[in-house]
Ligand binder design. Sequence first.
Ligand code: HEC
Length: 158
Amino acid sequence: MAEESIPPQAKKLLPVPLEAQTSIIQERQTLTNLKGAGFKGFIPATFGTTASLPFRSMSDLYLRQTASVVRNSRNTPDQYERSILKKFTSPSYPHGKPLAETIDGGKKVRLMLPFCYQEHCLSCHGALKGARNKTGHPKEGGKLGEIDGAISVRLYVQ
Ligand code: HEC
């Protein structure tokens, strides 16, 4: 996107998640560079949540991840998110398609981007359901390609 077409507010906010992600990676660099250590406790969802927090506190933008069954209660879906997560898994909904809509009489926009399990997610979220994974959480019994959760965004229309 040409720089002049980015709205001033977005220009101010765009570096925030990028800087947060860079500093999280830098803080853990020594650990992640360790060879042969196996699992290093670097969890994708925790990375996402930690990176989104400064962004949320600097703006009135709501950005988080959620799922219908959550490991961390902080990710519990609100009523709107719960209904969209249900829609994402309905056979009549196009698999993996993001959904954006204006709600509350045009005052808010809500956007949800579904997550599908990929091969590398299954060591923590796959079979056997209920067995403890390397993070100590019980596995969900997820299958390749299955919709598990979503990134959820809410913004106010001026
Ligand atoms: C190393 C193990 C591991 C891997 C690999 C992993 N996750 Fe997770 N996932 C976790 C843990 C632990 C949490 C809970 C994090 C927290 O406390 O916020 C979590 C949380 C989540 C959440 C938020 C909802 C909740 O349960 O609290 C979603 C959605 C999710 N994972 C999807 C995925 C997807 C999709 C992939 C692959 C692209 C993936 N995960 C890969 C361990 C993992």
